[in-house]
Write a protein that binds this ligand. Structure first.
Ligand code: SAH
Length: 215
């Protein structure tokens, strides 16, 4: 079984990620190592490496592997960064970010999912530099701000001001912006008071809730 997962992981990295243009070797290496099967419900372990999002309960999903890889790649992490994730869900993307940066805070608004994400990370031995915080991440998380990278894993109606405020100078943020069903993944780069923004791809995330999310 363990060898099966390792093989499935390698296949995922080659077919779903490399072939579609994920080039950051550190991202590919992280996703080749992290046991994604530990982050999906037990009865979905065999589907863990499929090219799709997978339900994790409470109406939420663990993102498609390609989307997790793309978002991580867009942050251009080198290893020393402090990163905020909004929408920890299963904790998988937080684990990937933890392999790429120095420190990660991942906020999750559904208490049961926050607890599960914490357990998943601990079981996988990946909780050393990743902290799961239960709460509304649409308003950011002041204790570790400013962030060199912010990854928002839920679709926002607009770019939350609070998150822009917690982005470090030179920092990057990836965030799906659009309506409740379809969004555009935006990549923002902050240079002093200057904000650069470009569209990366179309995507479909669950809605961002909370103070700066959908009511
Ligand atoms: N990154 C996750 C997938 C996230 S799905 C993974 O790798 O598994 C989006 C998650 O965002 C859901 O779990 C949802 O509950 C959470 N969410 C939505 N709005 C939020 C908010 N304002 N603050 C924190 N989490 C939020």
């Amino acid at each position: 079984m363990i060898r099966d997962f390792r093989e499935a992981r390698r296949e995922m990295v080659d077919r779903q990620l490399r072939r579609r243009g994920i080039r950051d070797e550190r991202v590919l290496e992280a996703m080749d190592k992290i046991p994604r099967e530990e982050f999906v419900p037990e009865d979905a372990a065999r589907e863990a490496y499929r090219d799709d999002p997978i339900p994790i309960g409470y109406g939420q999903t663990i993102s498609q592997p390609y989307m997790t890889a793309l978002m991580a790649q867009e942050l251009k992490l080198e290893g020393g960064e402090t990163v905020l994730e909004v929408g920890a869900g299963s904790g998988y993307a937080a684990a990937v970010l933890g392999a790429l940066a120095a420190r990660v805070a991942a906020l999750e608004i559904v208490p049961e999912l926050a607890a599960a994400a914490r357990a998943n990370l601990r079981r996988s031995g990946l909780d050393g530099n990743v902290e799961i915080v239960e709460g509304d991440g649409s308003v950011g998380y002041a204790p570790l701000a400013p962030y060199d990278g912010i990854s928002v894993a839920a679709g926002a109606p607009d770019i939350p001001e609070a998150l822009l405020g917690q982005l470090a100078d030179g920092g990057r943020m990836v965030i799906p912006v659009g309506d409740r069903l379809d969004q555009e993944l935006r990549v923002l780069t902050k240079h002093g008071s200057n904000l650069r923004s470009r569209a990366s791809t179309y995507c479909r995330f669950v809605p961002l809730r909370g103070g700066e999310g959908w009511r």
